[in-house]
Design a protein around this ligand. Structure first.
Ligand SMILES: NC(=O)c1ccc[n+]([C@@H]2O[C@H](COP(=O)([O-])OP(=O)(O)OC[C@H]3O[C@@H](n4cnc5c(N)ncnc54)[C@H](OP(=O)(O)O)[C@@H]3O)[C@@H](O)[C@H]2O)c1
Length: 321
């Protein structure tokens, strides 16, 4: 079948390992289903996979794509939940030490067909297109858990989102605005800040800019480049929720500020199946849908990867079949 895959780990030149070609048809084990892919979205995770981060060398070649939407054999339309837990695990599957994401151990969704455990295929809301639904399972689910499960923030409080145009950032802006938080956003260019404003940000700022007042929570996926700003931005008792470190994982900890102002730093990863179901409902109830910055046929996946690598995002990048 047609597939977009990582041939081998390529730490310094991820695009060199990106291959658009053919892979064997998958077979669904007992309890799994085959999904005919209609759309799948690109995440930074796919660039990490090409670099060989978070995946064992023996797992290559690996079909990329940890987000997708498609159709089951009986015609029902589904959204993929990418977190594959161990069958013996009960409770929050993001805490299962044996859990993997699609593309870590199991093949991903940039292909004609992807196989997943039956519970990982959720009904697609009729109001979302396949391209929109394909944004929900990773970036949007991560943002949902950061904001509604991990942060403890309430409507009326102020949140700072680091980054304007990325998949997780744009989701945080839309979700925060819809939930009644005051949404402040940093962005690296005027164009990106304009996008954040269009998506509902109440105020936008250049990266690292002094803010008019301190915020209740900061939302981090950038890491080293913005961490000190996020720490300085918090009110006493404020929270940083972090789910990524694109610019580097080792920022200064600023421990004195952390304990003296009684700040909280909370890690967050993906979300549960139940949270994905709640996210899909929330989008319907609040009338929001993901911003797609680029929609390309899957054959042109390399163009989308190059855009993300260059930081040229304007919302989610989606590949369609
Ligand atoms: N833990 C999880 O479950 C999980 C899930 C999803 C994503 N992630 C992680 O979250 C990160 C973002 O993923 P994504 O798919 O949203 O990527 P993306 O679409 O490429 O977005 C990248 C974002 O990072 C910002 N950024 C990058 N470098 C920056 C720098 N040097 N200074 C300031 N801002 C910078 C960009 O800001 P501008 O808009 O200003 O350019 C943009 O908003 C990745 O590290 C990914 O691995 C983790």
């Amino acid at each position: 079948m047609f597939a977009v895959y990582a041939a081998e780990p390529s730490p310094d030149d991820p695009l060199a390992a990106l291959t658009v070609g053919e892979r064997p048809d998958p077979t669904a084990p007992d309890g799994w289903v085959a999904v005919t892919v209609k759309a799948a979205s690109l995440n930074m995770h796919d660039l990490w996979t090409l670099r060989g981060v978070g995946i064992k060398a023996e797992q290559f070649p690996m079909i990329l794509g940890c987000d997708g939407a498609g159709v089951l054999a009986d015609g029902s339309e589904v959204v993929l939940h990418s977190v594959v837990g161990d069958p013996s695990w009960s409770g929050d599957e993001t805490l299962d030490p044996k859990r993997t994401l699609l593309t870590e151990k199991h093949q991903g969704a940039f292909a004609d067909t992807v196989v997943v455990p039956a519970r990982n295929a959720l009904p697609k809301p009729a109001g979302l297109s396949f391209a929109e639904a394909a944004c929900m399972g990773t970036a949007w689910l991560t943002a949902y858990r950061m904001l509604f499960v991990k942060s403890g923030l309430r409507p009326g409080q102020t949140m700072l989102v680091q980054g304007s145009s990325g998949g997780v950032s744009t989701a945080l802006i839309e979700l925060g605005k819809a939930a009644g938080l005051r949404v402040w956003v940093t962005g690296r260019t005027e164009e990106k800040r304009a996008l954040a404003a269009e998506l509902g940000a109440h105020q936008t700022f250049e990266s690292g800019a002094r803010l008019p007042e301190r915020v209740d929570g900061a939302f981090e996926t950038v890491g080293k480049a913005t961490w000190a700003h996020s720490m300085r931005a918090l009110k006493p008792g404020g929270v940083i929720v972090v789910s990524g470190s694109t610019s580097g994982p080792d920022p200064s900890a600023d421990l004195q500020r952390l304990f003296f102002l009684q700040l909280r730093v909370v890690g967050s990863t993906m979300g549960t199946r139940e949270e994905l179901g709640d996210l899909l409902n929330f989008c319907e109830v609040a009338g929001i849908r993901p911003r797609i910055g680029a929609e390309l046929p899957m054959e042109k996946a390399e163009d989308g990867f190059a855009q993300m690598l260059a930081g040229e995002t304007a919302g989610k990048i989606v590949f369609t079949r």
